[in-house]
Design a protein around this ligand. Structure first.
Ligand SMILES: NC(=O)c1ccc[n+]([C@@H]2O[C@H](COP(=O)([O-])OP(=O)(O)OC[C@H]3O[C@@H](n4cnc5c(N)ncnc54)[C@H](O)[C@@H]3O)[C@@H](O)[C@H]2O)c1
Length: 310
């Protein structure tokens, strides 16, 4: 099947591309390289360096006619959406509409969309299931949620199928610790630099950390299942920041200081998913435990770090 992956040079998108190619799919990547990396680009995929808001996107669709779109490209930084809400909305909302228009004009049958736990905001209950009300707390949460509504409308108006995957906290190989990426890549960066961890609050806040390869597998599962439904993509397991620190100290064999600072305004205390719907209807189950995922990620970064030093 021909699949077009937006954001295929990014953290999650590049893993999706690799798995699609492994399964024998034909892959086309669209990426403007704003946070994507050349080294993440799989040479077996066709690559168009273009912004998803560019009107020329239609020429790509006209030429490639992908059967399915897996849409990962986005402005992903919550703080950017606070400082530059117009930019954030442009990218995530108008960019997605631009893709949807090209997709419907050139015969795309299905659109798989990377949404986020950010659409739920501060949970009213945990674990969060898909019936939990949405209540974004940032421009980013709004700009990730709005395309979900467009997908529903495009399905009703044009019959284009969709699957919405709301990711929990994704971590793993290729995540950029320099950005405002996941806490795990930031913590690993601290371990390698042997500098102290900083935790805002008492460290007992919980999150659902899911390994990137499992997230990519959920996207591949959506090629065949889960039409016109929304799924939480996490592990269903919740972990505190203090537990994360402890695990990283064990894996690295380094005992580093942890500095506790005042809780930040608006920080969410507990957020984790139940993923039974994805297990039942998407026929997908997360396979990588946090210990295994942390070990793989730590090994990857420590190798990168040692080649940098050499
Ligand atoms: N990482 C997480 O924990 C997490 C959690 C929830 C949801 N998500 C969602 O998953 C998706 C992928 O996130 P990621 O962590 O891999 O981020 P990333 O920044 O590594 O990847 C995004 C990719 O999209 C590209 N891109 C950005 N704007 C673009 C544009 N206007 N046109 C074309 N390409 C553009 C970037 O260059 C990059 O390669 C995003 O939609 C994000 O909102 C991520």
């Amino acid at each position: 099947m021909k699949v077009l992956v937006t954001g295929g040079a990014g953290f999650i998108g590049s893993h999706i591309v690799d798995q699609l190619l492994e399964k024998g799919h034909e892959v086309v990547i669209i990426d403007n390289m704003s946070s994507g990396k050349e080294t993440n680009l799989n040479p077996k995929a066709a690559f168009y360096r273009i912004d998803m808001e560019d009107a020329k996107i239609q020429e790509v669709f006209q030429r490639e006619k992908p059967k399915t779109v897996i849409h990962q490209a986005a402005q992903t930084v919550v703080q950017t959406s606070v400082r530059q809400p117009v930019y954030d909305a442009h990218m995530n909302i108008l960019g997605t509409i631009n893709l949807l228009e090209a997709a419907r004009l050139y015969g795309t049958k299905k659109f798989v969309y990377a949404s986020s736990a950010a659409v739920y905001g501060d949970p009213q209950y945990v674990p969060i299931d898909e019936r939990h009300p949405v209540g974004p707390l940032s421009g980013y949460g709004i700009s990730k949620y709005t395309p979900e509504q467009y997908l529903r409308v495009y399905q009703q108006m044009y019959g284009m199928e969709f699957t919405i995957l709301r990711y929990a906290n994704v971590y793993g190989i290729r995540q950029d610790p320099q950005g405002e990426g996941g806490v795990i890549s930031i913590f690993i960066d601290k371990v390698l630099a042997e500098s102290p961890f900083t935790i805002f609050g008492n460290g007992e806040q919980t999150r659902d950390y899911i390994y990137v390869e499992d997230v990519a597998k959920a996207n591949l599962a959506a090629l065949k299942a889960g039409n016109n439904e929304v799924f939480n993509i996490g592990t269903g397991v919740h972990t505190t920041l203090n537990q994360l620190v402890e695990k990283l100290q064990q894996i690295s064999g380094k005992a580093l200081e942890t500095i506790y600072e005042k809780e930040r305004l608006g920080d969410i205390k507990h957020s984790y998913f139940t993923v039974n719907k994805a297990k039942n209807n998407l026929h997908w189950t997360p396979e990588v435990s946090l210990d295994e995922g942390l070990r793989k990620t730590y090994q990857y970064y420590s190798l990168q770090n040692s080649t940098k030093i050499l």
